[in-house]
Ligand binder design. Structure first.
Ligand SMILES: Cc1cc2nc3c(=O)[nH]c(=O)nc-3n(C[C@H](O)[C@H](O)[C@H](O)COP(=O)(O)OP(=O)(O)OC[C@H]3O[C@@H](n4cnc5c(N)ncnc54)[C@H](O)[C@@H]3O)c2cc1C
Length: 365
C-alpha cells in the first residue's frame, strides 16, 4: 500500500490537534531510533509484529529501526532471516537497519520477566528513542514490565502516529479518541493496534536486507529468569484463518442459544473461508471458547467483511470490530444498535437466514 493510502487510512477518523509548539518541534531535525519487540512462530515473524515495524516507520523520516527477536534454536535464526527481509514498503525509504537476536533457552517461551530484562539490557546498549510492540497479548505482557524497569510510562493501543511524540489512542471502549503527547524521558514506549497499521506489501528488493546481530547475553544473570515458569500451551487445532488476521469474520451472539446451534456459524465460516468470532455473551454461555471473543476484552479485528448474526451491538463488542471495512448484521430487532454501524442490515430470524444462506452458497471446493 502506498504511503498516502496508509496515511488516509490512519487519519480518516480523527484530525490530530497540532499546536504551534508541536509544529516547531516537528520542524527540528530529530534523530529517532526504534526498537521493535517482535513475536515469531514457525520461523517467521508474526503479522502484528510486521505491522509494528510499519508503524515505527511513521515516527520520523530519519528513523532507524531495529527488530528484537528472542527464543532458541533453528526456528529463531529462520525468523531472523525472515525479519531481515521484512521491509514493509511503506515508502521508498529503508527504515529497518538491523535484527537483534537473543538466542537462549531463557527465551524459549515469551515470559514477561526474562523478556523485560532483555529489553532493559538492549536499551542500555542501544539508547533507543522509542520502543514499540504490537498491542496483542505478547506486547501487553512484556512492554509494561520493561517500561517499569526503564522507569518510563508507556502509551498503549496507539491507532495513529502524528509525530514522534504525538499519538492517538481510543478511550471509553473506542467511543472517543484521545491525542496524547509524550513528554517523558527516553525511551518513549508504545504498543500499537496492528489493525490500524495494516501490513503493507513486503518489498521484494533483496538489497534492502537488514543486518542480523546476536545480542551479547554474557551479562544476563541467572536471576533474570524471574519467578514465573512456563507450564503448557493449550490451543485449538483449526484449519480456519486466525481471527486477528482473517479477511472475513462470521460472528454469532447469544441468540444462537446453544453450542449445537453455533455450528451453523462455523459451517457458514467454512463456506466463506472465514474465521469464527463470538460475543462475550456467547462465550460466557459456553457456546464457544473464549479465544473467539471479539470486543473490548476480546480480540480487536478489522476484516474486509464482518458478518454478525444475533449480535445486539453493545459498545464493548463494537470496540472490537467497528473498524471492519464492510459490516453485515442480521438481527430480528430492527432497533438493535448493531444496525447503527452496519453497512448492510437484515431484520430477520437467523434460524431462517443462515440455513437459506448455506443452501444457496456453493460448496467449498
Ligand atoms: C467490562 C465489560 C467488557 C465486555 N467486553 C465484551 C467483549 O469484549 N465482547 C463482547 O461481545 N461483549 C463484551 N461485553 C458484554 C457486552 O456488554 C454485551 O453484554 C454482549 O456483547 C452481548 O452479547 P450478544 O449481543 O450476543 O447478546 P445480547 O445483548 O443478548 O443480544 C442478542 C441479540 O440477538 C438478537 N436476536 C435474538 N434472537 C434472534 C434471532 N432468532 N435472530 C436474529 N437475532 C436475534 C436480539 O434482538 C439481540 O439484539 C463486556 C461487558 C463489560 C461490562
Amino acid at each position: 500500500m502506498a504511503t498516502s493510502a496508509i496515511h488516509r487510512a490512519f487519519t480518516k477518523r480523527t484530525v490530530p490537534f497540532l499546536t504551534s509548539q508541536s509544529l516547531f518541534l516537528s520542524s527540528i531535525s530529530r534523530s529517532v531510533s526504534t526498537l521493535v519487540l517482535a513475536e515469531h512462530e514457525g520461523g517467521s515473524i508474526k503479522a502484528p509484529s510486521v505491522s509494528a515495524v510499519a508503524a515505527a516507520s511513521f515516527l520520523s523520516k530519519d528513523n532507524s529501526i531495529s527488530v528484537l527477536l528472542a527464543g532458541s534454536g533453528p526456528s529463531l535464526q529462520e525468523a531472523a532471516v525472515h525479519a531481515a527481509s521484512c521491509h514493509p514498503s511503506v515508502s521508498q525509504m529503508l527504515f529497518l537497519t538491523q535484527v537483534l537476536v537473543a538466542d537462549s533457552d531463557k527465551f524459549s517461551h515469551p515470559l514477561a520477566e526474562p523478556w523485560a530484562k532483555l529489553v532493559h539490557l538492549v536499551q542500555q546498549k542501544g539508547g533507543y528513542s522509542h520502543i514499540m510492540a504490537p498491542s496483542g497479548s505478547f506486547g501487553k505482557n512484556i512492554l509494561p514490565r520493561a517500561a517499569a524497569l526503564l522507569d518510563v510510562s508507556p502509551i498503549t493501543d496507539i491507532i495513529e502516529i502524528s509525530e514522534s511524540n504525538l499519538f492517538v489512542r481510543p478511550i471509553y471502549a473506542g467511543n472517543a479518541l484521545c491525542t496524547v503527547r509524550y513528554a517523558g524521558a527516553n525511551p518513549c514506549m508504545l504498543t500499537i493496534r496492528s489493525t490500524s497499521f495494516p501490513v503493507p506489501p513486503i518489498s521484494a528488493d533483496s538489497k534492502s536486507e537488514a543486518s542480523i546481530s546476536q545480542v551479547d547475553l554474557s551479562t544476563f544473570g541467572e536471576d533474570a529468569v524471574g519467578k514465573s515458569r512456563y507450564v503448557k500451551l493449550t490451543s485449538q487445532e483449526t484449519e480456519r484463518p486466525d481471527l486477528g488476521n482473517a479477511r472475513v469474520v462470521v460472528t454469532g451472539g447469544r441468540a444462537l442459544k446453544s453450542a449445537e446451534n453455533f455450528k451453523m456459524i462455523e459451517k457458514l465460516a467454512e463456506k466463506l473461508g472465514a474465521a469464527v468470532g463470538a460475543t462475550r455473551a456467547a462465550v460466557d454461555a459456553g457456546f464457544v471458547p473464549n479465544d473467539l471473543q471479539v470486543g473490548q476484552t476480546g480480540k480487536i479485528v478489522a476484516p474486509e467483511l464482518y458478518m454478525a448474526f444475533g449480535v445486539s451491538g453493545a459498545i464493548q463488542h463494537l470496540a472490537g470490530m467497528r473498524d471492519s471495512k464492510v459490516i453485515v448484521a442480521v438481527n430480528k430487532d430492527a432497533d438493535a444498535p448493531i444496525f447503527q454501524v452496519a453497512d448492510y442490515g437484515l431484520v430477520g430470524d437467523l434460524f431462517e437466514v443462515i440455513p437459506e444462506l448455506l443452501e444457496k452458497m456453493p460448496e467449498k471446493k
